[in-house]
Design a protein around this ligand. Structure first.
Ligand code: ATP
Length: 268
C-alpha cells in the first residue's frame, strides 16, 4: 500500500453514522475521516453497509443519526454546499437517456460553474476513451462507457471529495489502467477519495488507509501496517488475511465469533 502523506486538512468527517432499514441496523455508529489527498479503501463482506454509507455521505439517503461533514459543510443542514464539493460514481451509473456524452459534460460544467470546460472535457474524453462516443446518447452506452462518462463528469469539476463504488467493475483492461492512473492523479491533486471495492489487490495498490466494515460496524481503520499491529498479525500478512481476520463468516453466530481485534487501528 502507498504511504499516507503527512497530516493534511480533513475533507470528510463521518461521526456516529447510524442507519436502520426497519429492524436491520445497516450502519452502527460509524466514525471516520478522510484527509485531502488520501485514498481510503472501503472494504467489507456483502451487506456490510458500504453502499449505504456512500449513499448517505452523498446525500442520496438522509442521515438518520450522526453527522457527515463534507469540506466542513453538514450534509443535512447545508446540503447544497456539501454537494458542491462532492463527486459520486455509483457502480452502475445511469446517465440521462436524452443527452449525448458531450452534453453531459456541458450540463455538469454549467451545474458546477466550470469555466473553460471545453478543453478539459476534451482531455477527459481522450483520457477515458470516449472521443468516438461524444455524440452518443446516454441510453446508447455500454455499462463500461457509462462508468467512463461518470468518471469524466466527476473529474470535470474537480470535487474535493470523491466517492467511488466498485469503479472498475465494468471496465476493459485499458479502461482499468486509465482509471487507476486517474484515481491516483486525482488524489495527488488533493482530492479525498473513498474507494469501495471487493478487489483487495486494487485497494492494496491504491489506498493509503483501509476501512473494513463488518455488519455495519467499523472493524478496522488505518494503514495496512497499523491493521497488522492491531490484529497482532505477522509482518507482511496480506490484506486478504487481514480481511478474513477482521470480518466474520456470514454463517457464524455473531456474538460468540466476533474477533477481539476489532476497532480503530489508528486515528486517520
Ligand atoms: P455489497 O458488497 O453486497 O454491495 P454493501 O456492503 O454495499 O454490500 P449495503 O448495500 O449497504 O451493503 O447493505 C447493507 C445491509 O442493508 C444489507 O443487509 C442489505 O440487505 C440492507 N439493505 C440495503 N438496502 C436496503 C433497503 N433499501 N431496504 C432494506 N434493506 C436494505
Amino acid at each position: 500500500m502507498p504511504e499516507p502523506s503527512p497530516i493534511r486538512p480533513l475533507r470528510l468527517q463521518v461521526q456516529g453514522l447510524t442507519k436502520d432499514y426497519e429492524d436491520l441496523r445497516a450502519l452502527d455508529e460509524l466514525t471516520f475521516q478522510v484527509e485531502a489527498g488520501e485514498i481510503l479503501g472501503l472494504v467489507g463482506p456483502n451487506g456490510a453497509g458500504k453502499t449505504t454509507a456512500l449513499r448517505t455521505i452523498s446525500g442520496v439517503l438522509p442521515v438518520q443519526e450522526g453527522r457527515v461533514l463534507v469540506c466542513g459543510h453538514d450534509v443535512t443542514h447545508a446540503p447544497e454546499a456539501a454537494k458542491s464539493c462532492l463527486g459520486w460514481v455509483p457502480d452502475d451509473p445511469e446517465p440521462f437517456d436524452a443527452l449525448t456524452v458531450e452534453e453531459h459534460l456541458e450540463f455538469t460544467a454549467s451545474l458546477y460553474g466550470v469555466k473553460d470546460w471545453k478543453e478539459r472535457a476534451e482531455e477527459l474524453l481522450r483520457r477515458f476513451e470516449l472521443l468516438e462516443k461524444r455524440d452518443a446518447l446516454g441510453g446508447e452506452l455500454s455499462r463500461g462507457m457509462r462508468q467512463k462518462l461518470a468518471f469524466s463528469c466527476t473529474w470535470l469539476y474537480r470535487p474535493s471529495v470523491v466517492l467511488l463504488d466498485e469503479p472498475l467493475s465494468g471496465l476493459d483492461p485499458r479502461g482499468i489502467r486509465s482509471a487507476k492512473v486517474a484515481i491516483r492523479d486525482l488524489a495527488a491533486e488533493g482530492t479525498a477519495v473513498i474507494l469501495s471495492s471487493h478487489l483487495l489487490e486494487l485497494i492494496e495498490e491504491l489506498a493509503h488507509r483501509l476501512l473494513i466494515l463488518d455488519r455495519g460496524r467499523l472493524a478496522l481503520h488505518g494503514t495496512l501496517d497499523e491493521a497488522r499491529r492491531s490484529m497482532s498479525a505477522l509482518a507482511g500478512s496480506s490484506l486478504e488475511e487481514i480481511f478474513f481476520a477482521a470480518t466474520r463468516d456470514p454463517d457464524s453466530v455473531p456474538e460468540k465469533e466476533a474477533p477481539e481485534a476489532g476497532g480503530e487501528a489508528a486515528e486517520g
